[in-house]
Design a protein around this ligand. Structure first.
Ligand code: SF4
Length: 231
């Protein structure tokens, strides 16, 4: 199985809505979001990995205890064996969740029929991806969003608010764009500093989005389900 798992969270109630789940953290991501909270998962190799045999043993032992498995990362879409791994997980009776930024729209389209729920990260307005995030591709992310919308798979769009990457007016523009496109569930996530982050924003700048009541009220009106997640 060519899915490289760098770690497992054996139990979560928050990463897959409505399910008791475990999270498999796939190794590898080529993008370099300055707020990445799992930078140790960015390299594709050189980190300890959990062999697939151990993953299967884990799945066997959790058959009656968990409802679902979330493939997270890193960026799971870089994994050649993602579809096969999801098929195996599904065949063992688990629902499949996916956390992704949509870095490879073609692979996403391939796995969509296997996925029961997606947490889809939207970083900034799509036209700014390539300029603001090293190696990121806005066109690919937008294609991925369109594919998810077309598929009808349940999903949450979410944006981590790093004031170095996005302004209040850009967030407003992004929220209107995705609401118009058909996104129903949207979450704002507060930036959390990580020891590896260079020149993190100030606490005041981080919280500015959440102090802006007019902004939050406007976004609340745009989506059937609007979620604010403070760190
Ligand atoms: S896409 Fe995700 S894993 Fe990759 S750098 Fe950005 S936050 Fe980190």
């Amino acid at each position: 199985m060519s899915v490289v798992i760098g770690g497992v969270e054996p139990f979560t109630t928050v990463d897959f809505p409505g399910r008791l789940a475990a999270v498999f953290f796939c190794l590898g991501c080529t993008w370099r979001c300055p707020y990445c909270h799992n930078p140790e998962l960015q390299p594709f190799s050189g980190m300890p990995v959990v062999e697939w045999d151990k993953i299967v043993e884990f799945l066997e032992s959790r058959k009656k205890l968990l409802d679902g498995i979330v493939f997270s990362g890193g960026e799971p879409l870089w994994q050649d064996g993602l579809a096969d791994a999801m098929k195996q997980v599904k065949a063992m009776g688990f629902d499949v969740g996916l956390h992704t930024a949509g870095a490879d729209a073609a692979r996403l389209e391939k796995v969509l029929p296997l996925v029961d729920w997606i947490g889809f990260d939207i970083k900034v307005p799509f036209e700014f991806y390539d300029r603001r995030i090293p190696n990121a591709k806005g066109e690919e992310a937008l294609k991925s969003l369109r594919a998810i919308l077309k598929s009808g798979v349940e999903f949450e769009a979410r944006t981590t608010l790093d004031p170095r990457l996005i302004s209040v007016s850009e967030l407003r523009e992004l929220a209107h764009m995705i609401a118009d496109a058909g996104v129903k569930t949207y979450a704002l996530q507060e930036y959390r500093p990580h020891p590896t982050h260079e020149t993190p924003p100030s606490a005041e700048d981080i919280s500015a989005f959440f102090r802006d009541k007019a902004l939050l009220s406007e976004l609340n009106d745009l989506f059937s389900n609007f979620i604010v997640r403070r760190a």
